[in-house]
Design a protein around this ligand. Sequence first.
Ligand SMILES: Cc1cc2nc3c(=O)[nH]c(=O)nc-3n(C[C@H](O)[C@H](O)[C@H](O)COP(=O)(O)OP(=O)(O)OC[C@H]3O[C@@H](n4cnc5c(N)ncnc54)[C@H](O)[C@@H]3O)c2cc1C
Length: 450
Amino acid sequence: MTDFAALRTAVSGPVLTPSDEGFAAETTGFNLAFPHTPEVVVGVSSVDDAVAAVAFAAAHRMPVRTLATGHGSHVLVTDGMLVTTSRLDELSIDSATGVATIGAGVRWGAVVAAAAELGLAPVTGSSTNVGVVGYLLGGGLGPLARSHGFSSDWLRGATVVLASGEVVHASATEHPDLFWALRGGKGGFGLVTSVELQLAPVPSLYAGALVFAEEHIETVLRGWLDWTRSAPDDVTTSMAVVHFPPFEQVPEVFRGKTLAMLRFALPGSATEGESLVAPLRALAPVMMDGVAPLPLAQVATIHNDPSDPSPGWSRGALLSDVDDEFASAVLAVSGAGTRGPVMVTEVRHIGAATRHDVPEGSAVGGRASSYTLSLVGVPDPALFAEALPAATDALLASLAPWLSPETNINFSGYPDPADYRRSWSAETFARLAAVRASVDPEGVFAYGLH
Ligand SMILES: Cc1cc2nc3c(=O)[nH]c(=O)nc-3n(C[C@H](O)[C@H](O)[C@H](O)COP(=O)(O)OP(=O)(O)OC[C@H]3O[C@@H](n4cnc5c(N)ncnc54)[C@H](O)[C@@H]3O)c2cc1C
């Protein structure tokens, strides 16, 4: 048994073992299917805490993993040290440069709100409940993907505690290899304590969702996919087919129904937006029309992702292209009248700005792809071990002609070794392994499929 007395003295945040009060709350995040049980959890509240925790783990040969919000929990942690970052809540914006300094515990919602006051916006994901740092480490594809690219393209620097206990600042000019890896390489490089992120000027946003009834899903999916082929570069759209469960937490208007949600985001004027969205509005009778000028602070309402913790299972891939046969394959499994263990099937149109790498290069996977595919399971843990892997294996096999050879780690979800490897090109995968070996030769920061 490890003696944690010295760690408790060195760290000002909580240091808890499984028998301590508060352990379960500290180790459980957004995904309730993963109540982690590490040997110890350390709630770091400063860079000094982070250094002390990492030094202790390295000295005791304990693997270190990080929990920010738990949106990315796909594997149960049952050993070593779990470092929680929620207390690293620094957030400031330099109004002259539009660069935000963001602590590792900050969620997108706080950045969106602070930036909106200055007429700026972070290039955020669909849910502002997700943690900034964990998201950026995987790249990040959100409602401004086509106009603004991967969110990690906007990363300007990161402060990282390495396995040696050294604190380094990585940027395009300092530790450039590490910085390259942090922009999409995800994990196993160190503990990021804060990042600097360039915010974007977004003077106006025309955005929201169109909701269509079950009987129109096929027409809307085929029509939208066709529309995306000539969509302008600055508009980002996506479509989700959702089998809403009959739960009380689900708003009554959606409860128990299967609906198509077509999301639209244009950083531009209402006049331009209205003319662009008109053909989508005309695809079928619109049940609810929420596309309108949208205050930047309300960007999360475009997708309306769930914000309450629940058991979660997801898996995804990126797509090179799509056509009518692709639509048929999706409709066979997720269209009207179907009821399987997959609750949400979502396709997002990316490309345009996501195709252009930053001048200094970055590790992020999926630049060549044109669409993302996300499959979210019915939130019943009884389905997670077999039914969902089997159903999504079958669906992905039927979609093989359209899958990108290289995908993206934020969309992988379910820890399948093949999905994990495909999250980067073979060349990037090898370079990431080399960066890990140079900054963490002993493998203190456990990462991969564990
Ligand atoms: C509802 C929902 C919506 C989402 N929407 C999008 C989206 O629009 N676009 C998109 O690209 N992705 C999206 N994702 C995926 C999301 O970006 C990833 O799951 C991301 O890893 C979540 O980061 P987190 O810090 O919130 O979660 P956590 O589970 O706490 O962290 C995930 C991982 O990030 C790493 N990490 C986190 N913090 C640190 C740190 N300080 N230092 C080192 N490593 C760290 C660790 O490897 C950790 O295991 C979504 C996920 C959910 C559940």
